[in-house]
Design a protein around this ligand. Structure first.
Ligand code: FAD
Ligand code: NAD
Length: 484
């Protein structure tokens, strides 16, 4: 059983784990905090800026663990993968045989790419520094690749890659369905034309820097590194083997039917039907009947939480997406075990304006809130669900446009019970608001509209906007004055 003298233990050196460990170390300076992590470098948040009530921006730095230990004398970072957890004994064991008893444990082990297929050398996922480097190496020799998936990674890749043809296979009718709707997709598509890919335009965004000291390998055997994040491709040349500019070809509403090695392909019926596909290391057959040869395939098809080492012998409740289910105090179903970041799935009824998405900001918020909940329990204090879970907000950049997402930005879960107002200026901005019963429930802001703070307020205060009608998006009205 746990004793009060046992330390706090956190597993995972990504944003969630480091934030949790820092918060506990500073709140309990006379207690020991152990951070056990598979990766030699840890992720720290710097230059944190609260942009508005819920929108935040920060830089992320990959640093050696000594930096963290220097900042908090009571925080010890152990670089070793956790292999075993015995919740009854309140004990974790690492691969190098060390055991740690804990009074409270927080699991922040992140997630890994959910690949189309495992163990196919022609199918790559992008997660950490190692996998990004492998991708870059393979791309430098490639003339054509197939990108599968329609979320954050696919959106970033198709825009950034140069000197290589990209076949982009998506399940949906429009690009980027995780982040926006068909209208926004229409606005963004022209940016994919090779001559429009202007990466020189300044666009403020959270920055991500890696340790340049040479220690810069993020994962042990490339397996368990921390997730990359904002601007991971900056400074990484994403250039293929072709001199001419890249072409992106979209295949909509399809999935991968089958992947053929070169040898299998030439023996298959597909080859007889598609004899003009040429010689490629790998071939992809899509469910819409199309087939392509390519140098390799990128599977940008989401993530699966890293829970494996913790499940054996314990009784964790898992969510449908295999995340560790947590309650509104970030507690898992096992006593004294908390979870935060991508490894967990919320089990509480969220605010009508918030949803979980596996994002950098949410990893930080959850790590911080989990630490405060752990502290509150130790101190026998009560704590309310943090305000950051009130309204979903995300700032990012796609196709070199600033993108702000607020609330139910895609009318998630609203069925037919909503209306949309849209304002669009080609090449400049796309502004969409989601209204229901005259109240604003969400917004997508692409470009420099500067509307985020006003819209955030309108969503939070749930003011009845019926009488303003379309004037709400009239560009000739200074909307901030309007609502003063
Ligand atoms: C290519 C890419 C681009 C992205 N871009 C953005 C973006 O622009 N904006 C955004 O908001 N989000 C972005 N994300 C998502 C964001 O990076 C993640 O949501 C966030 O980093 C998750 O943090 P985490 O701490 O939960 O997990 P991770 O960062 O994955 O950290 C998990 C940690 O746990 C350790 N670990 C795992 N298993 C064990 C074990 N058994 N024992 C010990 N340690 C273990 C790992 O080594 C790692 O240190 C991106 C992700 C990727 C892959
Ligand atoms: N700028 C950003 O905010 C940003 C950028 C990159 C990544 N990220 C985050 O990093 C994580 C990983 O990114 P990701 O793009 O892999 O995940 P994602 O969850 O953003 O997108 C996954 C996509 O793959 C599709 N998909 C799933 N299974 C498929 C299948 N079998 N065949 C075809 N398509 C399939 C889904 O429909 C979805 O479009 C996500 O949590 C994402 O939000 C965020």
């Amino acid at each position: 059983m746990a004793s009060d003298r046992d330390p706090f233990v956190i597993v995972g050196g990504g944003i969630a784990g480091v934030t949790c460990a820092e918060q506990l170390a500073s709140q309990f300076p006379s207690e020991e905090v152990y951070l056990l992590t598979a990766s030699p470098l840890v992720k720290t948040v710097t230059n944190f800026k609260q942009v508005s009530k819920t929108l935040e921006e920060f830089n992320v730095e990959e640093q050696p663990s000594s930096v963290l230990e220097g900042k908090y004398p009571n925080l010890k970072v152990i670089q070793s993968t956790v292999k075993l957890l015995q919740v009854k004994q309140h004990l974790v064991q690492t691969e190098n045989g060390q055991t740690f008893h804990y009074k409270k444990l927080c699991l922040c082990s992140g997630a890994r790419p959910k690949l189309l297929t495992q163990d196919n050398p022609h199918v790559l996922g992008i997660r950490d520094t190692d996998s990004a480097q492998e991708f870059q190496k393979r791309l430098s020799k490639a003339k054509r690749i197939v990108v599968v998936g329609n979320g954050g990674i696919a959106l970033e890749l198709v825009y950034e890659i140069e000197g290589c043809e990209v076949i982009w296979a998506i399940k949906d009718k429009a690009i980027g369905n995780t982040f926006f709707d068909a209208g926004a997709a229409q606005f963004l598509i022209p940016s994919l034309e090779p001559d429009k890919k202007d990466r020189s335009l300044p666009c403020k965004r959270a920055r991500y820097t890696t340790d340049k000291t040479g220690a810069g390998q993020s994962g042990v055997s490339g397996e368990l590194g921390s997730a990359l994040g904002p601007d991971w491709h900056e400074g990484v040349e994403l250039r293929g083997a072709e001199k001419s500019s890249s072409r992106t070809h979209m295949e909509y509403e399809c999935e991968v039917e089958k992947i053929y090695t070169q040898q299998d392909f030439f023996m298959s019926d597909l080859n007889k039907e598609n004899s003009k596909l040429g010689m490629w290391p790998v071939y992809v057959q899509l469910t819409n009947g199309m087939a392509y040869g390519c140098d390799f395939i990128v599977s940008a098809t989401g993530v699966v939480p890293n829970t494996d080492p913790f499940l054996c012998g314990n009784n964790f409740e898992l969510a449908a997406d295999h995340g560790l289910k947590v309650d509104d105090h970030m507690r898992t179903s096992e006593q004294d075990v908390y979870a935060a970041g991508e490894v967990c799935t919320i089990g509480w009824e969220p605010s009508p304006l918030w949803q979980q998405m596996r994002l950098w900001t949410q990893a930080r918020q959850m790590g911080w809130y989990a630490a405060r909940c752990m502290a509150a329990e130790v101190l026998e204090e009560s704590i309310d669900l943090d305000f950051c879970f009130e309204l979903f907000s995300h700032i990012t950049k796609f196709f070199n446009y600033k993108v702000v997402l607020l609330g139910k930005f895609n009318a998630q879960g609203l069925g037919q019970d909503h209306e949309l107002l849209v304002r669009c200026t080609k090449g400049r901005e796309y502004v969409k608001v989601v209204l229901s019963g005259g109240r604003m429930l969400g917004a997508v802001l692409i470009g420099d509209s500067d509307l985020e703070e006003t819209f955030e307020n309108l969503i939070l205060n749930q003011m009845d906007l019926s009488r303003y009608g379309e004037e709400l998006l009239n560009p000739n009205i200074d909307i901030e004055d309007y609502f003063d």
